[in-house]
Design a protein around this ligand. Sequence first.
Ligand code: PRP
Length: 187
Amino acid sequence: MASEIRSEMENDIERVLLTEEQLRQRVKELGAQISADYVGRDPVLISVLRGSFVFMADLARQIQPYCRVDFMAVSSYGSGTSSSGQVNIQKDLTEPIEGKDIIVVEDILDSGNTLYYLMQVLQARNPASIRLATLLDKPERRAKPIKSDYVGFTVPDEFVVGYGLDYNERYRNLPYIGVLKPRVYEK
Ligand code: PRP
């Protein structure tokens, strides 16, 4: 039964863009890089829900120094395929970040509308430092001047899902990143 459900979901995937092994390896490298950069600093990893929950869980476990985690939820996409520039904070952080070293953890930097806004909101709270880690980067789509400090993979402008990324809240549980068949979102 479980495999039938999985194959129905996988049938919506045109091709695998990043395999589980590629993701594991790259997240390990990013973790090593962040660990080296933050020795003795106790950074706060801020996961921007919901898309980043899988990346956050894997990345946090590859970071060696002490670190803390906190969570924010914002929305920008609705059910379409591109962000509107209208960003809503649906859930704020639990702890203040003033004087802390912050690493914002996101699944994808696309138009940049969401993170451009969010980084300004967080910067205004006077953290000691603020950096951005994004698993995926789609520079072709950028509408705002923003760059990620730690990028997992630069990807083409295709509709990608899995490993936390959704379409209409589905596919977040795919263990790899795949390109969605256009028939799914053209319906
Ligand atoms: C996705 C992603 C980023 C944003 C990137 O979130 O997690 O927050 O879109 O797009 P942008 O660079 O064009 O602004 P989404 O709004 O889909 O919510 P989710 O994390 O709950 O999937």
